[in-house]
Design a protein around this ligand. Structure first.
Ligand SMILES: NC(=O)c1ccc[n+]([C@@H]2O[C@H](COP(=O)([O-])OP(=O)(O)OC[C@H]3O[C@@H](n4cnc5c(N)ncnc54)[C@H](O)[C@@H]3O)[C@@H](O)[C@H]2O)c1
Length: 315
């Protein structure tokens, strides 16, 4: 073998061994924290971008404090990574009703900004089931997008920007329509609220709405499996439902939590709609993404145990 051939083989081997460099927006949030943890444990080099400092550090992790609305800072920060996971967003549905303009800035314009810095990176967008609005269940990806909250509309706008960058510029974008993601680290949402209420007063429990709202809850580790698999196997231009595939009512969650905490409170319900923009019934058809070999592994009882333990450990 000639010297040239040896050099070529060495260069190929080096390139093969080179760690994948990934950029994660929203790295300090609930899902971002878990995602970065997984990417680092998989041996990747990660740059995180967020308004707030994350509560973790790692030799292969660099944090950049920045706003996705600050295009210049984004351009300087995104230095040709292999992949981008775009999670930064205004994530609260009620806040999107109070201030829809800000919601649109962050979720639509912000997503456009990140896309415009992506070069040819593989781009995974954290979309949401709220893009469907009130949908027939189980919902497939073919269902029309008819959001009923400004949050849903702004996230759908972000998803459409991904489609445009894919269709027009060939950027390999993949959208994950996440259902309700729960688990350790999530200090919001119905499960967290019910547990905290019962910790404060174990004798009574207020449920917002009728308690009959029936939604698809997917455990954080299963959602993170989906992000990693989407990066490896997702088809550019596609959107995939990421849920558990089953639905649970708030009343059923309350029963599970009371069992877990060994409490028998008097339960009362406020009745009516829980909050503006809330969707009463969600359930994903996950067969499209399951075709890549993904399946949600953690049932709701086990997931709630992990969440409860995490809340106890915080105190
Ligand atoms: N958690 C869920 O159940 C769920 C469901 C569907 C979709 N999603 C999507 O997944 C993503 C992550 O959700 P999460 O639950 O981790 O939310 P989160 O609110 O915990 O995290 C969002 C992060 O984005 C950061 N951020 C907000 N505005 C920013 C800006 N202008 N510039 C830079 N960073 C900014 C926040 O500081 C925060 O760290 C979001 O895009 C959300 O829409 C989440």
């Amino acid at each position: 073998m000639s010297v040239e051939e040896v050099l070529i083989l060495d260069a190929e081997a080096e390139a093969h061994e080179r760690s994948i460099e990934l950029f994660v927006t929203g790295c300090s949030g609930f899902i971002g924290t878990h995602l970065v943890g997984r990417l680092l444990s998989n041996g990747h080099i990660v740059t995180g971008y967020d308004l707030v400092q994350p509560q973790y550090a790692h030799p292969n992790f660099e944090f950049i404090e920045g706003d996705i609305l600050d295009l210049e800072r984004l351009q300087a920060s995104i230095v040709k990574p292999d992949g981008i996971f775009h999670l930064a967003a205004q994530t609260k549905v009620p806040d999107s009703t109070r201030d829809p303009a800000y919601d649109f800035c962050v979720n639509a314009q912000g997503t456009f900004n990140v896309l415009s810095c992506a070069s040819d990176a593989r781009f995974i967008y954290a979309s949401t089931s709220t893009v469907y609005g009130t949908a027939s269940v189980p919902t497939t990806e073919a269902h029309p997008l008819r959001p009923v909250s400004f949050y849903g509309a702004s996230k759908a706008a972000g998803e459409l920007c991904c489609s445009a960058f894919n269709g027009i510029l060939g950027l390999p974008t993949i959208s994950l329509r996440l259902y309700n993601v729960y688990g350790p680290g999530n200090a919001k949402g119905v499960m967290y609220d019910l547990i905290r209420k019962l910790q404060r007063d174990g004798t009574t429990l207020e449920i917002l709405g009728t308690g009959l709202q029936k939604k698809d809850y997917v455990y954080i580790d299963d959602a993170i499996d989906a992000f990693v698999l989407a990066y490896d196997k997702g088809i550019p231009g596609e959107a995939y439902n990421i849920g558990s595939g089953s639905a649970t009512t708030v009343n059923e969650i309350a029963v599970l939590i009371c069992e877990l905490m060994a409490l028998r409170p008097d339960v009362y319900r406020t009745g009516g709609k829980s909050w503006e923009g809330d969707i009463e019934s969600t359930q994903a058809d996950v067969s499209l993404f399951a075709s890549f070999g993904w399946e949600p592994k953690i049932d709701i009882k086990t997931g709630l145990q992990h969440l409860y333990k995490w809340i106890q450990d915080q105190q």
